[in-house]
Structure formats: structure tokens, C-alpha cells
Write a protein that binds this ligand. Structure first.
Ligand SMILES: [Zn+2]
Length: 160
């Protein structure tokens, strides 16, 4: 067992167990989905994580190629697109909020923390974790990334 401490969060986790679960997962969730946003993510995945983020994921026992899903957030003025990528890991939130979504003055807003050059958050809700995680205590890790658009389909503009 190890603990990742990231500002407001402390997450106890089992990297060896997490690694065993990833060994049973065949491909990333964006490969299974079939929508244009996911296709674009799967195609640009090798560009979106810094060496530092890959090291962080691997330290947690996560295979960076095997995200559970990637939610398209927005198209930036630069032409790049932001995604929020979810990975599950074996562990539990020992301290900190149960979700990276906060409410401020009635508005829903995200409350991610900076880890090196990335924004990340943890969520206790693991109800949509891939099957190999079933029966294990799990935490969802969210990573905000920026990806270029390479898919042929029309570029999505806003949040969907
Ligand atoms: Zn999709």
C-alpha cells in the first residue's frame, strides 16, 4: 500500500493490484466507443501526456494506454481540444472530497489540482469502472489533457 498526497487529497492505493487489473484490460475505452471525439483521443493519445504524467500514472499502477474513458470538454481558441480522461485504480480516498466537482454559489465547477504540468482530481464513485475492477475498492482518477484534432469528422465546439 502507498499513499498519494496531492494537496487536498490523500489516496491510499495498491499499485501492484492495480497493475494486475490493467493486465486484464484489452484496450482503452476510447477504442470501444466509436464516436468521433473518442476516435480523435485514441489517435492522439501518444501526444497528450507529458513524461511526468506518464510516470505518475505508472507509479499508481495505471497503464496510460488503457483509460476507462475520455470526455471531450471543449475546443480551445488555439484549435486544440480539452478532454477529461478517467482511469480507475485500486484504493480509497483517505482524505479530501469524494468528487472533483465543487459547487460555488450554486454553479457546478471543477476543483482539480495541479500535479506537475497536469490538472488531476480523484472521485470516490467507481460505479462505471471496467469489469476487472468489480469487487475491488476503487477510485477514479481524472486527468485534464489537451489534444490536437486529427479526426476527419467535424470538430466538436463546446461541451457535450
Ligand atoms: Zn465516445
Amino acid at each position: 500500500m502507498q499513499t498519494v498526497s496531492l494537496r487536498k487529497w490523500a489516496v491510499d492505493n495498491e499499485p501492484d493490484l492495480t497493475r494486475e487489473v490493467y493486465a486484464q484490460i484489452e484496450c482503452g475505452g476510447t477504442e470501444d466507443c466509436g464516436c468521433e471525439e473518442c476516435f480523435n483521443f485514441a489517435t492522439t493519445r501518444h501526444l497528450v501526456y507529458s513524461a511526468e504524467v506518464i510516470e505518475f500514472l505508472e507509479w499508481l499502477g495505471i497503464d496510460p494506454q488503457l483509460e476507462a474513458c475520455a470526455r471531450h470538454d471543449a475546443r480551445l481558441d488555439t484549435g486544440d481540444h480539452t478532454y477529461t480522461v478517467s482511469f480507475f485504480l485500486v484504493g480509497r480516498i483517505a482524505a479530501g472530497p469524494a468528487t472533483p466537482v465543487a459547487r460555488r454559489r450554486g454553479a457546478r465547477c471543477e476543483s482539480l489540482e495541479r500535479a506537475g504540468d497536469a490538472l488531476v482530481g480523484f472521485c470516490a464513485d467507481a460505479s462505471d469502472a471496467p469489469d476487472p475492477f468489480k469487487g475491488l475498492p476503487c477510485v477514479r482518477l481524472e486527468v485534464r489533457v489537451v489534444a490536437p484534432w486529427v479526426a476527419n469528422g467535424p470538430e466538436p465546439i463546446g461541451t457535450n
